[in-house]
Design a protein around this ligand. Structure first.
Ligand code: PMV
Length: 341
């Protein structure tokens, strides 16, 4: 059961953060049912199609931001490892957006800890940039509402915009002002489960930022985008009707179309390995045997099996026995990104 968002507590924590110049926030990753792949504007991360996702309540990233005028540069620690290079540069660029808005000049100490593997297609950047946005805005003394935080998170990683609101979330196209995510249903609305079947926990070689720019080199991308709004609307309708037999085929189709774009990009991007295919085929078999379960896959080899809670145990037991399966995580829907004490 997830904790409901407590507005009074959040206000208290935000006031405290503004006084102390430091804050800690927690955010969940999300799994996209309709995928975001390709930008209209890479710098602003404005997507070429709307997307829809579920926050994953059992997985989280916890990020602390401390603005400190004694520091000469931003410093970043991820899972207890001092981190520099591209990851630090991306965090600094994000903090610059916050500093600009708050008229602040201090560098920051940023420490982030997650309870799931980074960079393996479990949207770690979504949770990371949602938590970083909420923590850094509060530590800088900014009082941003949910839409403004979602917009800020989007600049760090597109899918992070969807980790700011609670539960089941949609993120529309638009311009810099209005391309923000919002909840379409709270976590309690539907007890869906994501069984994350990890077939490779290593950090992926080609990150999604690079993938988004490659998308346009695939001749299939135009067809993907042309059908995306219709799939998005069907998915939204099936979700609001809590109809898994309608939702499932759409999410599978949408994931496969995105991976077809990836595989046909120049250069091609193959995120799947042979165990990915084994899990896909097993999902089809389980369904033929009457189990309601559908797969989706983000930018990585790991397979997310979507089912209702009552079928989870049987699926987990069978998935564990498949060759190439390294680990399994389970999560129901999760709440909004928030400040924590
Ligand atoms: O937010 P990014 O740049 O990490 O892109 C996420 C892309 C996918 O996970 C593959 C799809 C999605 O909508 O989350």
């Amino acid at each position: 059961m997830h904790n409901p968002f407590d507005f009074d507590k959040q206000t208290q924590l935000r006031e405290l953060a503004a006084r102390e110049g430091q804050a800690t926030a927690q955010a969940h990753p999300n799994i996209a049912f309709i995928k975001y792949w390709g930008n209209q504007d890479d710098r602003l991360r404005l997507p070429v199609n709307p997307s829809l996702s579920m926050n994953l309540g059992n997985l989280h990233t916890l990020t602390t931001v401390i603005f400190d005028s004694n520091l000469s540069n931003d410093e970043l620690v991820i899972n207890e490892t001092m981190t520099t290079g591209a990851a630090l540069a991306r965090v600094t660029a994000h903090l610059d957006l916050v500093r600009q808005q708050a008229n602040l000049f201090s560098a920051a100490w940023v420490e982030s800890v997650g309870n799931f593997p980074v960079g393996s297609g479990i949207a770690s950047s979504a949770a990371a940039f949602a938590a970083l946005s909420v923590a850094s805005a509060a530590a800088a003394g900014l009082n941003l509402d949910e839409s403004s935080l979602s917009r800020l998170a989007r600049r760090g990683s597109g899918s992070a915009s969807r980790s700011v609101p609670a539960g089941y979330v949609e993120w529309g196209m638009g311009d810099d002002e209005n391309s923000v995510a919002r909840s379409i249903a709270m976590p309690e609305y539907w007890d869906l489960l994501d069984i994350i079947v990890v077939v490779n926990h290593e950090h992926k070689v080609v990150g999604s930022s690079q993938g988004h720019t490659l998308a346009q080199t695939s001749s299939l991308q135009a067809a993907r985008v042309a059908g995306a709004v219709e799939r998005f609307e069907q998915c939204r309708e099936a979700l609001l009707a809590r109809d898994l037999s309608k939702l499932g085929p759409i999410i599978e189709e949408d994931a496969v179309i995105m991976h077809a774009v990836m595989m046909s990009s120049r250069p091609p991007l193959y995120y799947w390995n042979s165990a990915t295919m084994t899990v896909i085929q097993a999902t089809h078999e389980w369904r033929n045997q009457g189990l309601q379960v559908y797969f989706t896959i983000d930018a990585g080899p790991n397979v997310h099996l979507i089912c209702e809670a009552q079928n989870a145990e049987s699926i987990v037991v069978q998935a564990r026995q498949l060759p190439g399966v390294e680990a399994i995580f389970l999560s129901g829907p999760g709440g909004a990104a928030r400040l924590v004490s």
